[in-house]
Design a protein around this ligand. Structure first.
Ligand code: PLP
Length: 412
């Protein structure tokens, strides 16, 4: 969907003051393009809506160094889910103390790395992990601050949260286990438990579930005054189509802020900061009219943007040059040998000719980070339009055939 930073002006698609087609013409397609201004505006809006909270950007949604660097420069902390993400964040100047390390399956090596780097928080998801942290911290003569990730089981509440329903149980500790750990904190001299973490899902369509989860967390920590921090995760939603109704971020703030009074609060937004700051630009290769529909084959695929294939996610797709021609139901597909290689299903698009370029909108989150070399495709470049709105840079170059083979060897 369009916004003030990504929109048509005089019939041409712009990213801030840069004509998108001028970037595509210069460096080719497919290419990801991000508006740093838009990402920073989203960050600032969340910071303003939750002035008491500290915002940690969820690196897994977009791990480009230029994006991370800009967000860190604007005061964001980092939410990392692997040692690799911690490494990238530190490389661009994140303070270790401003990093939260989360994840359901951290290896012992990752925990060692995180503790040696002195990350500010580790969000713990199982008891054995607590044992690992305790022993590693002892070896390094330190105590590590942690938050316990609570699975608040809000799926079973009267406000069912469906989106991550079935895989949900993999995440977090049950309330019973959290209570047990809190009652036995002295078993972990290398650990300071100072917070509770709840991340109940992404693209939340319901403020009530989050509210309920926070209430459950507060009930659990009430007897433990040393636990002052509530990390309420990410999940602020983004509308991917004009008819998708999602709660406004203000609604989350209105519901949560009064509840969070008196706590230190951490937020971990990812999608809400970068999704609508990014585009994936591609070029039409072929057009087929068959079976009563139009099939538009483009040079981007599920290898570059897997969300439609993986989640049946919807993205709006628009031509870079506005076209008032009659619209037809169109399937926008990629060249990859999979029927699920679809970028846009049943979209209304004008007739487009091979060589015309299009943009997949809202592609800044969970796009490039999930790109692969499937079909031995080269991963695309990432371009950022700088905060000045006028200049841009290649923030990641397009891969080459050398990149495809660099890590492999033949028998020898
Ligand atoms: C994925 C994730 C986030 C970010 O979620 P968004 O929906 O992108 O805001 C935050 N916290 C944790 C623990 C996550 O796994």
């Amino acid at each position: 969907m369009f916004n003030e930073h990504i929109r048509y002006t005089d019939g041409k698609l712009y990213c801030d003051s840069v004509m998108v087609d001028s970037i595509a013409a210069e460096i080719g397609t497919p290419v990801y393009i991000y508006s740093l201004s838009r990402a920073l505006r989203n960050l600032r809006r969340i910071q303003t809506l939750f002035p008491e909270a500290h915002v940690h950007f969820s690196t897994k949604s977009n791990a480009n160094l230029a994006v991370l660097s800009a967000l860190i420069g604007a005061g964001a902390g980092i939410d990392a889910v692997s040692a690799g993400e911690i490494h990238k964040a530190l490389l661009v100047g994140a303070q270790a103390s401003d990093i939260v390390f989360a994840g359901v399956g951290k290896t012992r090596e990752e925990l060692e790395y995180a503790i040696r780097q002195r990350v500010g928080w580790i969000n713990v998801e199982n008891v054995r992990e607590l044992d690992h942290i305790n022993s590693i911290a002892a070896v390094h003569g330190r105590t590590q601050r942690v938050a316990l990730r609570l699975n608040p089981d809000v799926t079973a509440s009267t406000h069912p949260y469906i989106a991550t329903g079935h895989s949900y149980a993999k995440f977090g500790l049950t309330a019973e286990v959290v209570r047990d750990i809190l009652a036995n904190q002295s078993k972990y001299p290398g650990i300071q438990i100072e917070g509770l973490h709840i991340h109940i899902g992404s693209q939340l369509h319901d403020t009530a579930a989050t509210q309920r989860a926070v209430e459950i967390a507060q009930e659990i920590i009430a007897p433990f005054p040393t636990i002052k921090t509530l990390n309420i995760g990410g999940g602020l939603p983004v509308a991917y189509s004009p008819d998708e109704v999602v709660p406004a971020w203000d609604d989350f703030a209105a519901v949560l802020r009064p509840l969070l009074n008196g706590y230190q609060v951490i937020l971990e937004p990812g999608r809400s900061i970068v999704a609508d700051a990014g585009l994936l630009v591609c070029e039409a290769l072929y057009v087929k009219k068959q079976a009563g529909t139009t099939i538009l084959i483009v040079d981007a695929s599920m290898a570059e943007l897997i969300r439609p294939a993986l989640y049946e996610a919807h993205h709006e797709i628009v031509p870079l040059v506005e076209n008032q021609g009659e619209q037809h139901i169109t399937q926008v597909v990629g060249p990859v040998c999979e029927s699920s290689d679809l970028l846009g299903k049943d979209l209304l698009l004008p007739d487009l000719q091979p060589g015309e370029r299009l943009a997949v909108l809202n592609a800044g989150a969970y796009g490039m980070v999930m790109a692969s070399n499937y079909n031995q495709r080269l991963r695309p470049p990432e371009v950022v339009v700088r905060e000045d709105g006028n200049t841009w840079m290649i923030a990641r170059r397009r891969e080459t055939w050398d990149d495809l083979t660099r890590t492999e060897m033949m028998t020898g």
